[in-house]
Design a protein around this ligand. Sequence first.
Ligand code: NAD
Length: 443
Amino acid sequence: MSNKNNKNTVDLSLRQFIKDLGCVTGGAALLGTMPWLQSFTPAAAEEIKKEKARVALIGTGSRGLYHIHNLFLIPHAEIVALCDDYAPNLKAAAELVPKARTYTDYRKLLEAKDIDGVIISSPLNWHAPMVLDSLAAGKHVFCEKAMADSFQACKDIYDAYQETDKVLYFCMQRMFDEKYIKGMQMIHSGLIGEVVGCRMHWFRNHNWRRPVPSPELERKINWRLYWESSQGLMTELASHQLEVCNWATGLNPQSVMGMGDIVYWKDGREVYDSVSLVYRYSNHVKITYESLISNKFNGMEDEILGKEGTMHLASGVYYMEDEKIGKSGIEQLLNQIGNKVFTAIPAAGPSWRPETRKEYQAHNILKGKFDVNDGFSMIGVDNDGSDAILDAFCQACITGEKGKDIVEEAYSATTQCLLGNQAMAERREIFFPEEYKIPYMKF
Ligand SMILES: NC(=O)c1ccc[n+]([C@@H]2O[C@H](COP(=O)([O-])OP(=O)(O)OC[C@H]3O[C@@H](n4cnc5c(N)ncnc54)[C@H](O)[C@@H]3O)[C@@H](O)[C@H]2O)c1
C-alpha cells in the first residue's frame, strides 16, 4: 500500500524532474518524443490551480484502494463516489472515503452528473464494457491495464476513443516513471548504441491465489486464474514490459512464438504459471520474454540491449560494453596470441577476461535517491509512476486535454500480449493480424 511519508503531493517530484530535463535537453525535444508528459509542464500546472476533478472509483479491490491512497495526495482530485459489487471491498473503500456515495452497479454511478471522471480497477474482462459505457455516459476515463481481453474489444475501445472528445488513460505507469523517462531519453540519444535486443523477465514465488470465504466466490475473487476473466501473466505482467520494448525500439513486433504451461501451481487454475516467448521485429531484433511464479531468484527486469551498452530500466542502472574490459574476450586472446604471450597463460585458467556481466560497472540512470520496484508486490509500489499518471488524468479531467499516445501504447502492448497467448495456445509462430493494425503502430 502506498505510504508516502516523504512528500505531500504526488506531482511535485515529476514536475520538477521534467522541468530539469527540459532545461538540459530543450523541453520541446523531450515533449516531442514523450508527448504524454505535456501535462507536467509548469505552465500546465498553472492552468488547474484551485480546481478539482470530481472522480469516482469503479472496482475497489486491492488496486482500487491503492489508487485511493494516491488520490489523497493529489491536490486537484476529489473522490465523490465508489462502486463495487462485492460488499466487503466496497465497505473497505467507504471507510477510507466516508464522504463518497457508494454504488453496487456501475451503470447507476455513470448516471450521476457530478462525476467528471471514473477510475476503473476491475478484473480484465470488465475493462471493455466499463470503459465503453463510461465514455458513452460522457465521463473521462482512467482504466487499469491491460486494455481489454480480446483484439476486438481493444479495437472497439480504440475506435470509441477516436470518436469521443473525452479523455482516456490506461495505467501504463512506466511512461510516467522518472527512471524510464530518463533511461529512454538516453537510449534514444544513442548512449547504448543501436538497440540489438530486449530481454524482459518477471519472476515471483507467489501463487496468485487469494483466500475465498465461500466456494461460489472462487471465480470472482480469483479472477486472475481463469481465462474467462484474465489473460494470465501476459496481460497482468508482460503488458508493462512489452510496452517498454516498443517504446525503446519505436516499433511493434511482427510475430511471436512461445510456450506456456502450468508447471507448479496445479490447483485447478487455467492460466499458465510459466511463459517463455520470443517476439521478432522487422529489423530482426528480438524480445525474449520470460515469467514464472514459482521462483523469484531473478526478480523483475526490463533490459534493453544496445551495441554499446545495456539499460536495466527497472533497476535504474546502465552498463557500458567496453568500459571495463576494453576488448572482447576473444579479441584479447587473439591479441595475446599475436603478441606471443600465449605460453605465459597459467594452465589453471584463461588469462583473458570472460564476457560476463560481472565485469560491468553499474551507472545510475538518475542522480540521487530513487525507488526501485523488485516486482514482488501484487498491488503496486511507491513512486513507480502510478501516482503520476493518475495525477495527469485528474488534471485532464479539468482541462479536457487528451493524453497523447497513452491509449495507443496500451493498445499496442495489450494486443502483443494477446498475440503471445495465441501463439502459446496454438504452438506456432503468429504474425500480427492486419485488421488490428492501427496507424500509430510501426512494424
Ligand atoms: N498497473 C498495475 O501495476 C496494476 C497492479 C495491480 C493490478 N492492476 C490491475 O488492476 C485491476 C484490478 O486488480 P486487483 O488486483 O485490484 O483485483 P481485485 O480483485 O482486488 O479488485 C477488483 C475489484 O473489482 C470488483 N468488481 C468486479 N466486477 C465488478 C463489477 N461488475 N462491478 C463493480 N465492481 C466489480 C471486485 O469485486 C473487486 O473488488 C486489474 O485489471 C489488474 O490487472 C494493475
